[in-house]
Design a protein around this ligand. Structure first.
Ligand code: FAD
Ligand code: EPU
Length: 337
């Protein structure tokens, strides 16, 4: 069924009030193939929507929004050390993480509580607390939106990088991701060196570090830092953390000895954009209906009635002030429509 002039306000976590000229929910790959060949829709601009947690709408969509609701989780292969699980793109991410945690399958517990659907996870190679899905993603199944042909992308073909993949840029808007296969570990090697995980496990008085304990610790940290989109509209980190040359880093650290930093293997250094934005005075600042969140400046928020343009304008101002103060050009993580 195709709806017309459908409001998208409840379909994006910023809560931006825009509409789609056409809107259809798909529950199978066949639904999708039938939809894209239906007379009248072939030439319409098409936008795939998952949970809408990494998207900023700045205008109405003058085309067809396809809401992905493909269901199904299946263990497709096992050996003594691993389980391979194929997950349809419409499954919500966090419940899938819990599905693995309950079965003692390790690899994605550090990615607990990330909003959105499984199908969007490869788009920007979701990551948190020292883990990215590139570490466990075996392959991605997708359908070419122009031809309807099915293609399989193995891990290398996805060209994963920090908040990057082939689907986000080179093949942007060309494929519907229909399923992702993960290779999870039956042998658990905790990855708890990043951020506050160790300290939180201690505060939780955990006796034995289990997959569930790590997942619970990540949930505790995230709940204390990040605003819940059900309460206050946001899309997580609005910008990516910039990676700068060693030369620029040396200049910056000599002026700002307390600047947090993460050296990369190639000699460059990642600087938290949240810190840069806070240093420019934006933390907790309210600008009309928008602002940078009071406990995490990297998260731009909608205080109720913001338009996508207002949030985008705020992002431009923040970007400009970081450029002026630090000579660093921060780029957006969120997909702007
Ligand atoms: P959407 O926002 O619906 O879509 C995102 C993009 O992917 C759009 O361009 C869309 O067209 C495209 N797309 C979606 N599904 C498909 C598909 N099946 N096929 C092809 N294209 C598709 N991200 C992190 O990496 N780490 C974090 O720690 C993190 N924390 C967050 C915390 C909060 C509070 C919020 C609100 C967001 C956070 N995010 C984080 C961002 C976001 O949750 C992820 O990027 C998530 O994967 C987006 O999923 P979604 O289904 O909501 O995608
Ligand atoms: N910081 C500040 N001020 C701020 C925010 C952060 O000084 O306002 C400092 C913190 O004190 C800390 C450092 O910056 O020293 C890093 O902060 P944090 O641990 O909160 O992580 P982040 O770099 O801001 C990244 C991801 C998050 C992910 C967390 C945990 C990006 C763009 N963001 O945030 O991902 O959950 O690490 O791994 O890489 C997302 O992508 O939407 C997202 C939320």
């Amino acid at each position: 069924m195709v709806l017309t002039n459908q409001s998208l306000q409840s379909y994006n976590t910023f809560g931006i009030d825009v509409s789609a000229k056409y809107f259809s929910e798909i529950k199978s790959t066949d639904d999708f193939k039938a939809l894209i060949t239906e007379p009248g829709f072939e030439k319409e601009e098409k936008l795939i929507l998952g949970g809408g947690s990494n998207i900023l709408f700045t205008k109405n969509v003058d085309g067809l929004v396809i809401k992905n609701s493909l269901p199904g989780i299946k263990i497709i292969k096992e050996d003594p050390y691993h389980s391979w699980i194929k997950v349809a793109a419409g499954e919500p991410w966090h419940p899938f993480v819990l599905y693995c945690v309950e079965r003692n399958l390790a690899g994605i517990e550090n990615l607990s509580l990330i909003p959105g659907l499984v199908g969007a996870a490869p788009m920007q190679n979701i990551g948190a607390y020292g883990v990215e899905i590139k570490d466990t993603c075996e392959e991605v199944e997708a359908v070419n939106m122009a031809t309807g042909e099915e293609e399989i992308f193995n891990n290398a073909a996805c060209e994963f990088g920090y908040r990057e993949s082939i689907f986000k840029h080179k093949l942007k808007g060309q494929f519907l991701i229909t399923a992702v296969t993960f290779k999870l570990n039956k042998i658990f090697k905790p990855n708890i060196h990043y951020g506050d995980i160790k300290r939180t496990l201690e505060e939780m008085r955990v006796q034995e570090i289990t997959i569930k304990a790590v997942s619970d610790a990540v949930i505790t940290i995230r709940s204390s830092k990040l605003p819940d989109p059900k309460v206050i509209g946001n899309a997580g980190s609005f910008f990516k953390n910039p990676v700068v040359s060693r030369k620029l880093f040396n200049t910056l650290i000599s002026k700002n000895p307390l600047m947090p930093n993460y050296p990369q293997k190639n000699g460059e250094v990642k600087i938290p954009a949240g810190w840069l934005i806070e240093q420019c005075g934006w933390k907790g600042k309210v600008v009309g209906n928008t602002g940078a969140h009071k406990s995490q400046s990297l998260v731009l928020v909608n205080y109720g009635h913001a338009t996508g343009h207002e949030i985008y304008d705020l992002a431009l101002q923040i970007r400009q002030s970081v450029k002026e103060k630090f000579d660093i050009d921060i780029t957006t993580e969120v997909n702007i429509v």
